[in-house]
Structure formats: structure tokens, C-alpha cells
Design a binder for this molecule. Structure first.
Ligand code: ADP
Length: 593
């Protein structure tokens, strides 16, 4: 069923209007028709009164007292003249004459209300009632007939009043037309009035709805009247403008903040007081290796990251102050993160959220470790020859060593250690130079550099009876390089191959052009490098077999120099090796054509 409250203001107003209209029309009809009826009855009464008066003048007291037959003819005659029923009744109620009925069949009329009242009051009386004799509603008028002040009878006149209804219906019919037109006009005017009030209200509601759906450009058209609704519309438009301005400002501010957060190197996570994530920037996602789609703003921080993060966040919330901690996080790589937990407090100092700022310090920590290791390694590497030298020198100084041979042996050892120190210092110096400078690459002849190095080291290979082959294509294009540095690389790689290949072994050097790259490789069938060590041999001072390297005069720096130089050439040094079977080191340089 339709509910009144759901009808809408327009329909409700129209219904109320129509109901009021119908009530007014109905009441008017009622008032109008009862007034008319009264009027006609009054007219009839007057008319009956006049007739009665006339008849009384012609009525002989004798006739009544003697119940004369002439009464009946008089009644008939008068009735014919006046279209009125005339009854003459004796004082005892007996009907003496009736214009319309046979009196012998009529009962005693003493109890008829108009007769009773006329006798009681001694003057005229009226009554409207249903006539049993005639069978319709009649207006009766009764006057007492007196003879010398004595009541001798009643003259009663009566007329049916049915005709009044007919007259009234005719009247109503003629007025109804007028009422219908009036009702139509008033309903039309009411409709227009309702519309003029409701329509602007509907526009306000529709516009408000559109604004609430997000279309802030919507405005209410303001007409030139100055009604309350126009004032409301103007206020509404003003509010919408303000809102649009504020929202634009806020969204610009939001975009700015988002752009800052997006471009930040540090990770930022914002959470509400329940620990649910409301914002996470790309840097934070990178640190935790999490896809953006996985976070829809509902996840509790502990469900995504380590429980430690949740724990420190809670601690910061409890203490209401910032906490900074270093956290280790694995997904899948181990990372070291510097995390600062900042609680956000409202004006009542209650926690209503928090921000976590994250800095990935894995590389920093690695560098620190490398630096610390390096310092430890350098001091160790320097101390070893120095200790040995000091030992031999002390022996030489303190004890009398007569034996010339022994002294020479000691001095030779001291000389060797001095040479080692000198090489070590030279290598370290080289390394730091390579690390600190940037190379200016030029198109140079690779074959020339390689030939020089081969000439330099061929003798060492020959000494160890190593089968030494070199393959260089004839039309090798120039490559981008710094010849001095590449020469160093080639020396280190080929020297290592000779060093770590037992006598009678085999070394193949190959240069090949592939696309815009020139590949160099040196392959030996020497002692090889265990898998676990292959990644580490390029680190400074790392040696698979320290003692062996030392005997062979190695410092453990050669390959890290190689790696650095090749890196500066935009390439990478790589190794393939198997323990006991041999090793192959290779890299490429960019061809200049
Ligand atoms: P080193 O001065 O000790 O040769 P490098 O940095 O040149 O230092 O080499 C590091 C380590 O790599 C060496 O100590 C050696 O154990 C291993 N190595 C390098 N080249 C070869 C090779 N061709 N065959 C086997 N092992 C090698």
C-alpha cells in the first residue's frame, strides 16, 4: 500500500488541496440546499396561511357545529382553486370534510401533531410529516376555528412538499455547472501554485543528489524572483561553489603529497589506530617486495609484514612518542631496514594513527662490512710480510750468523717480502685509482694491446711448458676502451691462468666478434675453482687457497681490479670453472663500428 510519508511533498500537497476543495464544495452544497429548502417551506407556509385566512372568512360556524354537507363541497371547491388539500375537523377530532378523501374512511384526527398543537396553543400550527392517507411527505397548516371565542373546529390545509426536492434538484443542477468550473479553476490554480513551490524544491533536491554523487559542477538555476526558495537556491549554489573550491584545493594538495610520496626514496606507510594500512608508497612496497594490488587499505600491518613492525608500532602508540629501530626482513632477500615509528596524536593527545618511515640500509651496511673487512685485510696483508721481515732482521742483528749462506738466504727472504709489500701497495693504489676515477672510453685497437701482453707473458708459459694458443680474427674492429686499463686486465687474467695451471697444461686465448660486441676469453685446464668460491674470487683479498696464492706471489687483488675495470667499460667479467678441470674467464667490449 502507498504510504503517505512516501508520497512526496508535491503529491501530498495536491491531495490535501483536492480534499479541501471537495470539502468546501460539499459543505457549500449542503448549506445551499438546506437554506433553499427552508426558504421554500417558509413560502408555502405563508401561502397556506393566506388561503386559510380566506377560507375562514367564508366558513359559517353553523356548518361546523351541524356537520353540514356543504362543508364537503366548499372544501372541494377551495381545493380546486388553490391546489391544496383542505380538511375541516371538528373540535373532537372528527373529520367533517376533506377535499381529497372520503371522510367516512378517515379516522379521528385529534392526535395529528398539527391539530394537537393548534388546539393546545389556540393559534396556528405547522407540521411536516408523512401522510398515511396520501402516502407522501406533506406540509400541514392548522388554524383553530372559533365561535364567540369558543373552539369549534380546525381548518387544516396541506400541500405535498415533494415538489421542493424537484425544485432544489433543478437549482442544484444549474449551480453545479458553476461549481464544477469553479472547482476546475481552483484545482488548476492549486496545481500551479503547488508546482511553483515544489518544482524549485525538486530542483534543489536533484542538484543536491548529483553533488552528493560527486558532480560538483552542478548548480541550481536561480529565477529572478526573490522568494525564500530563490534565497535557498542562492545559498545552496554558494555552498556548492565553496565545496568545489575546497575539494579542488584538497585534491591538489593530495596529488602533491602523493607525488612527493611516490617519488620518495624512503618508504612511507600510514596506518589508522587499529593498525590498518591507509597508505603505502612505492618505495615501501619495493622494500617489502609487495604488489600494490595486494594492499587495499584494509590489511592490518602485522598480516603483511613481520610481527616486529606491529610490535614497534604498538610500542610507539603506547609511549606516544617516535621509536627508531633497525629491522631485518627477508622476502626473499635479507634486507636491513631503518624504521621510524611515529604516532599521530589528535588535539586531546589520543593516538589516531601512525606513520612508519623506512630506509633500506642493506647496501650501506654491506659497504660498511666491506670497508671493515678491507681495513682488517689490508692490515693483515701488510703485517704478514712485515712480521716475517722483522723476524729475520732481528735474527740478523741479534745473533752472530757467521754462515754467509744463511745470511744471504735471510736477506733474500727479506728482499722477497719487500717486493711483495711493494706489489701489494702498488695493487692497492691501482685499485683505489680505478674505483675513484671515471674512464674516458675511446675506439682503440684491441689486438695491439693483447699482442703486447702475450709477448710479455709468453715466456712464463714457456717456462712451465704450457701449450699457449691465441686466436684473433683478422678484421677485428676497434673497441671502446682505455688501453692501459685493458692491458692490466689481460695481464691479470692471463697471469692467473699461467699461475694456476700446472706445468705441461694448456691455455687457449680467444677473441671473437659477435654483433656489436667483441668477446675475449682465456681458458686453462689448471686447478679450477670450486663452485662456492666462484662468486667470491672477485672480492678484494679473496683467495681460494691462501698459501698457494702466496707462494705464487699473488695478493688477492688482481681479480677485483679486473672486475672494476671491466665494470667501468660497461661490461662484466664472468667465470666458468670446475675444480680440478680448469677455468675460463671471459668478458666483452663494445665494438666501435
Ligand atoms: P691472486 O693474486 O691470489 O691470484 P686474484 O684476485 O688474481 O688473486 O685471484 C683470486 C683467487 O682466484 C686466486 O687466489 C685463486 O684462488 C683464484 N683464481 C684466479 N684465477 C684462477 C685460475 N685461472 N684458475 C684457478 N684459480 C684461479
Amino acid at each position: 500500500m502507498l504510504k503517505w510519508s512516501k508520497l512526496g511533498i508535491k503529491n501530498r500537497l495536491i491531495i490535501i488541496f483536492i480534499v479541501i476543495q471537495l470539502l468546501i464544495i460539499g459543505l457549500s452544497f449542503y448549506y445551499f440546499s438546506s437554506n433553499h429548502r427552508e426558504f421554500y417551506l417558509e413560502q408555502e407556509k405563508i401561502s397556506l396561511k393566506h388561503y386559510s385566512q380566506l377560507m375562514l372568512n367564508n366558513l359559517e360556524a353553523e356548518e361546523i357545529l351541524n356537520s353540514s354537507q356543504s362543508l364537503q363541497s366548499k372544501a372541494a371547491e377551495w381545493s380546486a382553486d388553490s391546489e391544496t388539500r383542505i380538511t375541516i375537523i371538528a373540535a373532537d377530532g372528527q373529520v367533517l370534510a376533506d377535499s381529497h378523501y372520503d371522510i367516512t374512511e378517515m379516522d379521528n384526527h385529534r392526535n395529528r401533531p398539527e391539530v394537537v398543537q393548534a388546539i393546545r396553543s389556540g393559534s396556528s400550527a405547522t407540521a411536516i410529516r408523512y401522510s398515511n392517507t396520501i402516502g407522501e411527505e406533506m406540509l400541514y397548516y392548522a388554524v383553530p376555528v372559533r365561535e364567540q371565542g369558543e373552539l369549534i373546529g380546525i381548518l387544516r390545509t396541506a400541500r405535498p412538499i415533494e415538489f421542493i426536492r424537484g425544485v432544489l434538484i433543478e437549482d442544484i443542477k444549474s449551480y453545479l455547472f458553476f461549481f464544477v468550473i469553479l472547482a476546475a479553476i481552483t484545482i488548476l490554480l492549486g496545481w500551479r501554485l503547488t508546482n511553483s513551490i515544489v518544482k524549485p524544491l525538486e530542483t534543489v533536491t536533484e542538484t543536491a543528489e548529483k553533488i552528493s554523487e560527486g558532480d560538483l559542477t552542478q548548480r541550481i538555476p536561480v529565477r529572478k524572483y526573490n522568494s525564500e526558495i530563490e534565497k535557498l537556491a542562492r545559498m545552496f549554489n554558494y555552498m556548492a561553489e565553496e565545496l568545489e573550491e575546497k575539494i579542488t584545493e584538497i585534491s591538489q594538495e593530495k596529488n602533491r603529497i602523493e607525488a612527493i610520496l611516490e617519488s620518495m626514496v624512503d618508504g612511507v606507510i600510514a596506518v589508522d589506530k587499529e593498525g590498518k594500512i591507509s597508505l603505502i608508497n612505492p618505495a615501501a612496497r619495493r622494500i617489502f617486495n609487495i604488489e600494490a594490488e595486494k594492499i587495499k587499505g584494509k590489511e592490518i600491518i602485522s598480516s603483511l609484514f613481520s610481527h616486529r613492525i606491529d610490535m614497534y608500532l604498538q610500542r610507539a602508540f603506547d609511549k606516544k612518542e617516535s621509536i627508531s629501530r633497525e629491522i631485518k626482513y627477508k622476502n626473499p632477500e635479507q634486507k636491513i631496514i631503518q624504521a621510524t615509528f611515529i604516532p599521530l596524536l589528535d588535539e586531546k593527545e589520543n593516538v589516531n594513527g601512525g606513520v612508519i618511515v623506512l630506509t633500506d640500509i642493506t647496501e650501506l651496511r654491506k659497504l660498511e662490512t666491506v670497508r671493515n673487512d678491507f681495513v682488517a685485510n689490508v692490515s693483515h696483508e701488510l703485517r704478514t710480510p712485515l712480521t716475517s721481515m722483522v723476524g729475520y732482521l732481528d735474527t740478523l742483528l741479534e745473533s752472530d750468523i757467521e754462515n754467509q749462506e744463511t745470511r744471504d738466504r735471510f736477506l733474500k727472504i727479506i728482499k722477497e717480502e719487500t717486493d711483495r709489500l711493494s706489489i701489494l701497495i702498488k695493487d692497492l693504489f691501482n685499485l683505489s685509482k680505478i674505483e675513484s676515477q671515471t674512464f674516458d672510453l675511446k675506439a682503440e685497437n684491441f689486438k695491439e694491446v693483447l699482442t703486447k701482453v702475450v709477448n710479455l707473458l709468453e715466456k712464463n708459459a714457456e717456462d712451465k711448458n704450457i701449450d699457449f694458443t691465441v686466436q684473433i680474427p683478422e678484421n677485428l674492429p676497434p673497441v671502446y676502451m682505455v688501453p692501459e686499463q685493458i692491458k692490466q686486465v689481460l695481464i691479470n687474467l692471463i697471469d692467473n691462468a699461467i699461475k694456476y695451471t700446472p706445468a705441461g697444461g694448456k691455455i687457449d686465448i680467444k677473441v671473437e666478434k659477435e654483433g656489436d660486441k667483441v668477446y675475449f676469453s682465456v681458458k686453462d685446464n689448471g686447478i679450477g675453482i670450486p663452485k662456492a668460491d666462484q662468486e667470491r674470487i672477485f672480492e678484494r683479498f679473496y683467495r681460494v687457497d691462501k698459501a698457494r696464492s702466496r707462494v705464487l706471489g699473488g695478493t688477492g687483488i688482481g681479480l677485483s681490479i679486473v672486475r672494476n675495470i671491466i665494470k667501468q667499460h660497461g661490461s662484466e667479467i664472468q667465470v666458468k670453472s670446475r675444480k680440478g678441470e680448469g677455468s675460463e674467464f671471459y668478458f666483452y667490449l663494445k665494438a666501435a663500428e
